[in-house]
Design a protein around this ligand. Structure first.
Ligand code: IDP
Ligand code: MG
Length: 157
């Protein structure tokens, strides 16, 4: 099944939203296959947000990502990348729809609670950025047959 990366950002850690965020993904049926807490180094911020280093707000973004530790999670499921992005909502939380994580938990375009990979290609790069292969777990779920239909189980295995 497809894997994606989420980061529970320092602002979510500070605000005590970790449990709520994890619960949303669990309830949806996405499987946690990796999880770790870490501080983002200067190098890691520059690599992860390479597409934004030249933007005027980058120093603020960098400071926000280093304000506290964060929690990196690898989630697995059918079409996990697209599904998780939809659950997270658009970048500016004020524009994010109610029912999305940003739409429900944030008022900010910067302090927007979570990061989620935006494509299957980037998800692979980002998972490798935060996890060593041995930090990801391949385990059987006892309820897969209740989470997915027969055709889906074959198609997305
Ligand atoms: P995404 O997180 O929705 O994928 P990106 O464009 O990849 O959005 O931006 C990465 C992060 O940079 C955002 O989640 C947000 O924290 C921050 N950011 C993006 N655009 C702005 C902005 O215009 N002002 C301040 N911070 C921004
Ligand atoms: Mg992005």
């Amino acid at each position: 099944m497809e894997k994606t990366l989420i980061l529970i950002k320092p602002n979510a850690i500070q605000r005590g939203l970790t449990g709520d965020i994890i619960t949303r993904f669990e309830r949806k049926g996405l499987r946690f296959v990796g999880m770790k807490m870490l501080f983002m180094t200067d190098e890691l911020v520059a690599e992860h947000y390479a597409h934004l280093v030249a933007r005027p707000f980058f120093p603020y973004l960098k400071a926000s990502m280093q304000a506290a530790p964060l929690i990196a999670c690898c989630l697995e499921g059918a079409e996990a990348v697209e599904t998780v992005r939809q659950m997270v909502g658009v970048t500016n939380s004020r524009k994010a729809l109610p029912g999305t994580i940003r739409g429900d938990f944030s008022m900010s375009g910067e302090q927007n609670v979570v990061h989620a990979s935006d494509s299957v290609e980037n998800a692979l790069v980002e998972i490798n950025r935060f996890f060593k292969p041995e930090e990801l777990f391949d385990y059987q779920s006892a309820v897969t047959c209740f989470e997915y239909g027969g055709e889906e189980t074959i198609k997305y295995k």
